[in-house]
Ligand binder design. Structure first.
Ligand code: CS2
Length: 514
């Protein structure tokens, strides 16, 4: 079977949507750090649409570690398939906006040239929450993070000792431009962080204060960090997806990306060096992204994480399966309606109940194989912006937090690395070793793996200040609500707990014998 590439593009079956522009006439103006599936299903797809009327915004995608994406896409001239999946079936679309893929550790010189090139006007990022090497509870750089320690020690001026962190690369590129009198690029964070532009700005400024203190004022005054809200569900690609795409294309694509029909991108309009005409292609440009970010992080991602932990414990492999569990669906719906929506204050034209309905529909998409285990990854980096901010807001006005606390308890139970049958599984999280050390003394009997003392477990995990800060663990209402939920999970199991929380009102829970 032929491989997808510029040469085979024309031979694809007629109905397949493909770039409506001459790819050779495009020029790279965006360098994207972290060219994973999410970027290829989201920003790169918007840029692909923009290239049809403005060829000046193609993308150079960068992998900071693994060569896998480059190895898959290079023989395809950067082309790949976006497989949009719904109940109506599969709609493949060929994306042409990625003109080049670099692997930072292998091609540091080429990457530095791209970053320093005056033609580069935006550096965007999807490096996941942990990729910013920051403390999720405070939003500040972890100066003792091994990647930051490495980058701070590396030669400041060249790529001879290339950085390993995204922050290190951002700064190396900016300094190369500064020395040559080239204006700085706009830094566009597309990760699910709270106030993501401001957060990345703070992390970068913390880095500069240590690396190049003489440039701290320049950096604070001259760089642009528009905030964004990014939304599209993108499960990891499977071999089954590859086979399905090959059948539709009649050509092989080594790494297609699968997604849902829904896509949303809200961007703060702060691009001193210009930007593609995103507003023509469904992107919302606005002065204030924060309400949208809060809505999405708390409603979608907060629910996603709750579903991931509760669902995984209850034996549901995918999000669609969690939605087919009537109790879990009811519980998540109620968590959004009763505990999350009241914390949001949105512009007048945003209909939150409709957003809630839309989310339940999207989660239920049976065509998407979105694994609960995938979403459960890196909980320590996700919980603060997804669940804990909402909990803080609720506590500050004295409102109940039972369902949110159950989600936190489910995370703790998951982080023990033992499922309810006692079987061990791998917890993927930068703090996984700490979790294992906390779970060990809370195990009830060493010969009965998977049985834990809820009180001991909660006290241990809630002491993780990098996740919970200092304030939350000291709040008795929070501590009690988490312990109550964790006790039920540990003693009665996730299914019984989900059923109880789905049925009961918050005040009744307090009277329930567990
Ligand atoms: C998910 C997100 O894996 C996860 O943590 O919650 O990737 C989610 O699918 C996206 O943010 C949707 O926009």
């Amino acid at each position: 079977m032929a491989r997808l590439s510029d040469a085979t593009l024309r031979a694809l079956p007629e109905g397949i949507h493909r770039p409506g522009y001459d790819r050779t006439g495009t020029t790279v103006a965006i360098v994207h750090l972290g060219i994973g599936a999410f970027h290829r299903a989201h920003f790169a797809a918007y840029v692909d649409a923009c290239l049809a009327d403005d060829p000046g915004w193609a993308i150079c995608g960068v992998s900071l570690r693994s060569p896998r994406t480059r190895d898959a896409l290079a023989p395809q001239d950067g082309l790949y398939t976006l497989g949009v999946q719904s109940e109506a079936g599969l709609e493949p679309r060929i994306i042409g906006s990625v003109r080049e893929v670099l692997v930072a550790p292998e091609q540091p010189g080429a990457l530095l040239d791209r970053l320093a090139d005056p033609a580069t006007r935006i550096v965007s990022l999807t490096v996941t929450e942990k990729g910013y090497c920051h403390d999720p509870a405070t939003g500040r750089l972890k100066s003792d993070h091994p990647d930051i320690v490495h980058d701070l020690a590396a030669d400041a001026a060249t790529a001879d000792q290339p950085p390993v962190s995204a922050i290190g690369w951002l700064w190396l590129g900016l300094m190369a431009r500064h020395r040559r009198g080239v204006p700085p690029y706009t830094i566009l964070c597309c990760d699910n962080l709270p106030s993501n532009g401001a957060t990345v700005r703070q992390v970068l400024l913390d880095y500069v204060a240590l690396k190049d203190p003489d440039q701290a004022v320049w950096a604070a005054e001259n760089l642009a960090f528009p905030s964004t809200m990014v939304d599209r569900i993108v499960p990891a690609t499977t071999d089954h997806d590859r086979a399905m795409i090959a059948a539709a294309l009649g050509a092989e694509d080594a790494w297609p990306v699968m997604t849902e029909p829904f896509s949303q991108f809200v961007v703060e309009d702060w691009f001193p060096q210009g930007r593609p005409k995103l507003e023509r292609h469904g992107v919302t440009l606005t002065g204030n992204v924060e309400p949208f970010e809060n809505m999405k992080l708390r409603m979608l991602n907060g629910s996603h994480s709750a579903l991931a932990y509760l669902g995984y414990l209850a034996g549901h492999e995918t999000v669609a399966q969690t939605m087919a569990d009537a109790s879990l669906r009811r519980l998540i719906g109620a968590m959004m309606t009763s505990e999350i929506i009241p914390t949001l204050s949105m512009p007048g034209d945003v209909d939150l109940p409709a957003y809630h309905d839309g989310l339940l529909r999207r989660f239920a998409n049976p065509a998407l194989q979105h694994r609960t285990y995938q979403i459960a990854m890196d909980g320590s980096q996700k919980l603060p912006q997804r669940l804990l901010g909402t909990i803080r807001d609720r506590l500050s006005i004295g409102e109940p937090i039972d369902r949110l606390a159950l989600a936190v308890a489910a995370w703790i139970r998951f982080a023990t690395g033992r499922d309810e049958t006692g079987a061990a599984f791998t917890v993927q999280d930068p703090m996984a070793e700490r979790f294992a050390a906390l779970a060990l003394p809370a195990a009830i009997e060493k010969d009965q793996p998977g049985r834990f003392d809820a009180e001991a477990l909660a006290t241990g995990f809630l002491g993780l200040t990098a996740v919970f800060g200092k304030d939350l663990p000291e709040d008795d209402r929070f501590h009690e609500a988490v312990v109550r939920a964790l006790k039920m999970l540990c003693e009665q199991g996730s299914r019984a707990t989900i059923a109880a929380y789905a049925k009961l009102g918050a005040s009744q829970l307090e009277d329930t014998e567990v």
